[in-house]
Design a protein around this ligand. Structure first.
Ligand SMILES: Nc1ncnc2c1ncn2[C@@H]1O[C@H](COP(=O)(O)OP(=O)(O)O)[C@@H](O)[C@H]1O
Ligand SMILES: [Mg+2]
Length: 234
């Protein structure tokens, strides 16, 4: 059965429609790369799944339950955790305090601090430093750790590599791979197509708010994804 089933979503900001008839589905323990140019609607889709935006039409069904009218904090309880674009940490709190914020609505399966420090040795070293003083890579690791502290079954990751050095991004992706092995499903928004395709067994591409490609990553021609991305597919 699908863990997540998104059907025919229309999402608007006032008069401006950002998503048109968007559908996708994600099996348990799987991951999906969500790609598309700037402004394609990736963040809007993740925010709608997380409950931060209400669709004008369509449904988000998680683990068989329609999430209509379910506010964001209920969705966290159900196991949906968003790692937002730009990390959004509390700058004056320490790394560890930021992580504990994520534990406020923790599920029984939530990750505890020792477990988190085991997969993120990077954070263990700076746990008592204020978030404002952390490097970009450390901040991103804390943002992911904060999501893990709620015990998610589905992680929504919005451009985690933005502005980070490739070696740091490699480290984050290694950690994501171990989370997937442990059974956490993911939707990964990523600008780097090669990284996205390598990390996830399926890919969905948005163009101006519409799904223009939805396919298994294996065997898909990179050029076809690029054409979908730029809207130059024939
Ligand atoms: N708060 C907002 N108010 C109005 N329009 C918005 C807002 N946020 C995003 N948009 C618009 O919605 C579209 C999709 O944006 P977004 O989901 O952020 O795209 P992406 O994450 O793929 O770059 C864009 O045209 C963007 O300008
Ligand atoms: Mg975005």
């Amino acid at each position: 059965m699908s863990l997540l089933e998104v059907t025919s979503l229309d999402v608007l900001y006032g008069d401006f429609q950002a998503l048109f008839d968007v559908s996708l589905s994600l099996p348990e323990n799987s991951s999906l790369a969500l790609v598309g140019a700037n402004g394609a609607g990736k963040t809007t889709l993740l925010r709608t799944i997380a409950g931060a935006m209400t669709p004008a039409r369509g449904r988000v069904v998680f683990d068989g339950a329609d999430l209509k009218n379910s506010p964001p904090h209920h969705r966290v309880r159900e196991g949906i955790a968003l790692v937002p674009e730009g990390r959004r940490l509390f700058p004056s709190l320490t790394a560890e305090e930021n992580i504990l914020v994520g534990a406020v609505r923790a599920r029984p399966s939530a990750w505890r601090l020792p477990q988190i420090y085991e997969v993120f040795p990077l954070i263990a070293r700076c746990r008592n430093r204020r978030a404002a003083l952390l490097s970009g890579g450390e901040q991103q690791a804390v943002a992911i750790a904060r999501a893990l502290a709620s015990g998610p079954r589905l992680l929504l990751l919005d451009e985690i590599s933005l502005g980070l050095a490739p070696a740091i991004v490699d480290g984050l992706y290694d950690t994501l791979a171990s989370l997937r092995e442990a059974g956490t499903a993911m939707i990964l928004v990523e600008q780097d197509l090669d990284r996205a395709l390598a990390a996830c067994p399926s890919v969905v591409c948005l163009l101006e708010g519409r799904v223009v490609l939805s396919a298994p990553s294996e065997g898909i021609a990179r050029d076809d994804v690029v054409a979908a991305y730029f809207g130059t597919a024939s």
